[in-house]
Design a protein around this ligand. Sequence first.
Ligand code: GAL
Length: 458
Amino acid sequence: MNFTEPKPTIKAFSLKPQDFGEDFEFGVSTAAYQIEGAHSIHDKGASIWDTFTSKKGAIFKNHHGQITCDFYNKYEEDILLMQSMNIRNFRFSLAWSRIIPNGFGAVSKSGIDYYNKVIDFCLKCGITPWVTLYHWDLPQALQDKGGWTNRDIVNWFENYVQVCAQHFGDRVKHWMVLNEPMVFTGAGYFLGVHAPGDKGLKNLLPAIHHAVLCQGIGGRVLRKLLPDAQIGTTFSCSQITPYRNTPRDILAAKKADALLNRLFIEPILGLGYPTEHVPVLKRIEHYINPEDENNMVFDFDFIGVQNYTREMVKHHWFVPYLRAKIVPASKRKVKSTLMDWEVFPPSIYNMIKQFNQYEGVKKIIITENGAAFPDTLINGEVNDTDRKHYLQAHLEQVHKAKKEGANVDGYFVWTFTDNFEWAEGYRTRFGLVYTDFKTQERIVKSSGKWYQSFLGNQ
Ligand code: GAL
C-alpha cells in the first residue's frame, strides 16, 4: 500500500466530459428506501428499514423514510429535473418488498407497474436506468426467518432476481446485484447500527457468506436471462493509511484493508476470503458448503467502486479480532464532511488503482461519490461551494487514474436530491438538489448547477 499523498489543487477545474473518453458515463445514484416514501402503499410489504426506523432511538431524532422525498409520487418531476440538468444516467434500486411483499411467493402487480412506469419514463426522457437489485431494504418477512443469516436467502434472492429480470430486463441493460455488502452486513448484523440492528459474529459471519453467494448467484441469473446486459455489483472502499509509521499500525492498516476493501471482491474473483490478515474470518468455513466454491465466483462486466473518504487506522488492543481502530477525522483535525469523513480526494484515485490491479476486474464504474455539508437555503439559493469543490477534486483524481491507464468508465454522484441518510436521518444532506422536506420543493444547489453546466459541455 504505497499511496500518493495529496497535492493541493491550485488550478481552477477545467475538465470536460469528453476528457474522460467517449464511453465514459456520468450520472447520479439513489436508493429506494432513501427516496421513495410510500412505505405501505397498495400491497407493499414492510422492509427491515420500516421496522428499524420505528424503534425509538435507532435513528437520529427518530427520523424515518415513510415519505422522505416522495419520489414514488414525484418521479416524473424528478426525472424531468434530471433531464434538464443534462444527467443521462440514473442509478436507483428496486425495493424487494414492493415487488414481492413477503420476499418470496406472490408478486405484486402494483409494485411491478410502478417500476415499469419509472423505467419507461427514464427512457422517454433519454435517461438510462442503472438498477441496483438490493440496496439494504430486505423484506421484513424474510428477516423474521433470519434474513441474511439464513442460508435460504440464496433461494429467496435467486427467485427475486429472476422476477426482476423477467419484468424489467427488456429495457434495463445495466444491473448491479448488491450495494455495499460490507456496510449492510457490518452495520446491520455486527454493529447493530443499521437495520435489522443485530449484533455479533454469529450474525456477521453467515451474513457475509450468504451475501457473497448472492452476489455470484445474482450475477449468474442475470447473465442467463439477459445475455446482453451489463452486470455489475458495488463495493464501499476507502484508502487505508496507518496512523503512525510503526509496524503495529501498518499491520492494523492491512487488517482494516482486508476487512473493508477486500472481503467481498476477492471471493468473486476466486481468491477466497482474505483470512491471512483477519484470521477470525476462517470461521466462515463453518457456513461453506462443498458446492459453494463455484457459486461464489462470477465474471462481472463491471465493478462499482463507491468512495467517500480515506480511513486512518491504528493498532488497538481492545478491539476484539481486529486489534485495529479507525482514528476519526475530528480527532485528527483535518477537513471533513458532516459525516466526520475526511475530505481526501486521492483516496478515490488510489482505490481505482487498487481495484484495477485485480486481474479479474474488467471495468470500474464509480457508482457513488459525494459529500454532506451544512447547506443553508438563503433567498431561495443554496451556495454549496464545498460540495462543488469536493466533486471537482474527486473528478480530477478519477481523470488522473484514467489517463494513467486504469479502466474506469463512469462516475455517479451520490446523490440527486437530499434524502433519508440511514442512521443520520435527515441531518446530513448529500444532494445536488435541495429537498424542502415540508413542501417537497426541489431547489437545484450551486453544485447541481455546476454539474449541469459541466455535463452540458460535451
Ligand atoms: C453509501 C450508501 C448510500 C449513501 C451513501 C452516503 O454507503 O450506499 O446509500 O447513504 O453511502 O452515506
